[in-house]
Design a protein around this ligand. Structure first.
Ligand code: SAH
Ligand code: DHB
Ligand code: MG
Length: 221
C-alpha cells in the first residue's frame, strides 16, 4: 500500500462523486497558475467539511488559513443565503486570489476574506461581537494551532464543531522527541484538546491524493 494506491482511490472517489465542478476546478487552476502550493484539502475532504457544516445546520463559519479559497468554497456552499463565512489569510496575494475564486463561485455575498495574521484578526472579530461560529476550520500555520483552538473555543457555542487540518503529518505527530516546530505545534494542540473539558474530541488519520495526514475533530460540549 503506497501513495499511488491512495491517489488512485481518491481519483476513483472523485470521478464517482465529484465528476464536474467548474467553480472548484477554476479555483484550483487559478491557484496553480499563481504558483500557490497544492495544499488545499482534497475534494472528498472538502465534502466532509461541508457535511459537518450541514450536520450542525451551520449559519456562521470561521476559517483560519484561506490560501486560494478552495476549502472556503466547499464550506460556504453549506450555508444558507443569509449565512456568513469569515476566512483569515495573512498573504495579500492569496487573499486577493481567494476573493476572485470565491466571486467566480457566486459566494462573495456570504464570504468575508480578512487579510492579516490570524492572531491579530481574531481579536478584531471578537470585538465585533459576532454570533458564535457553528463550525471553525483551523488550517493555517501549524505552530499556532493551539492558540487558534483556544480562539475557536472562545468564539463558539455548545454544539459547535472545530476541525483542525494536518495533525498527523506523515506520522511525525507520534514522535515525542521531534524538534520540528510545526509538529511541536500540532502536539501542543492535541494535548490542549485532550485536556480540555469543554470538548469531546478525536483525531482521525487520513490517506489520499494529499498523502498521509489527519484531522482533529472536536465538538464543544
Ligand atoms: N484551507 C485552505 C488551505 C490553507 S493553507 C484549503 O484547504 O483550501 C494555509 C494558509 O494559511 C496559507 O495560505 C498561509 O498563507 C496561511 N497562513 C499562514 N500563517 C498564517 C497566519 N498567521 N494567519 C493567517 N493565515 C496564515
Ligand atoms: C501544508 C499546509 C497545509 O494546510 C496542508 O494541508 C498541507 C501542507 C504545509 O504547510 O506544508
Ligand atoms: Mg491543511
Amino acid at each position: 500500500m503506497n501513495h499511488d494506491t491512495w491517489a488512485d482511490v481518491d481519483r476513483y472517489v472523485c470521478d464517482l462523486l465529484f465528476p464536474s465542478d467548474p467553480a472548484l476546478a477554476a479555483a484550483l487552476r487559478a491557484s496553480e497558475a499563481a504558483g500557490l502550493p497544492a495544499i488545499s484539502v482534497s475534494p472528498p475532504q472538502g465534502r466532509m467539511l461541508q457535511m459537518f457544516a450541514r450536520m450542525v445546520d451551520a449559519r456562521h463559519i470561521l476559517e483560519i488559513g484561506t490560501l486560494g479559497g478552495y476549502s472556503t468554497i466547499w464550506l460556504a456552499r453549506a450555508l444558507p443565503d443569509d449565512g456568513r463565512l469569515v476566512s483569515i489569510e495573512v498573504d495579500a496575494a492569496r487573499a486577493d486570489l481567494a476573493r476572485s475564486n470565491i466571486a467566480r463561485a457566486g459566494l462573495s455575498g456570504i464570504v468575508d476574506v480578512r487579510l492579516g495574521r490570524a492572531l491579530d484578526v481574531l481579536p478584531e472579530i471578537e470585538r465585533e461581537a459576532p454570533d458564535p461560529f457553528d463550525v471553525i476550520f483551523i488550517d493555517a500555520d501549524k505552530e499556532s494551532c493551539a492558540e487558534y483552538f483556544a480562539w475557536a473555543l472562545k468564539l463558539s457555542r455548545s454544539g459547535s464543531v472545530i476541525v483542525v487540518d494536518n495533525v498527523v503529518r506523515d506520522g511525525a505527530v507520534a514522535d515525542a522527541s521531534t524538534s520540528d516546530p510545526r509538529v511541536l505545534g500540532v502536539r501542543r494542540l492535541n494535548e490542549a484538546m485532550a485536556a480540555e473539558p469543554r470538548v469531546m474530541a478525536t483525531i482521525i488519520q487520513t490517506v489520499g491524493s494529499k498523502g498521509y495526514d489527519g484531522f482533529a475533530i472536536a465538538r464543544v460540549i
